[in-house]
Write a protein of this length. Sequence first.
Length: 119
Amino acid sequence: MDIMELVERSKDAATVRRVFGEPIQHGDVVVIPVARVVQGGGAGQGQGKNDKEEGGGSGLGFGHGATPSGVYVIKNGEVKWHPAVDVNRIVLGGQLVAVVLLLTVRAILKPLLRRGRRR
């Protein structure tokens, strides 16, 4: 596979259908799922020759990922956005805040306790 073929395939992978899902209709309500799509690629090439070995090289890579962002809900001609909630991100943020809080309390109490022992 050459680099130009990879670029063409990556363009095909990044279609609007990967971001907006197929609309789902139930009665008079239409729901359109939305995702955040990220993609990237890279290529390499090498050449060169030294006294012991022949030169050479190459390389090629492509990756993509998607996470849900939320849904658009269309009801009675009115459009509303409902974001997806990432519980894992919320829990991780809470843990980070707790660690920073504990380290701050430790930094404040440690000198105070040392002063109390010196007296």
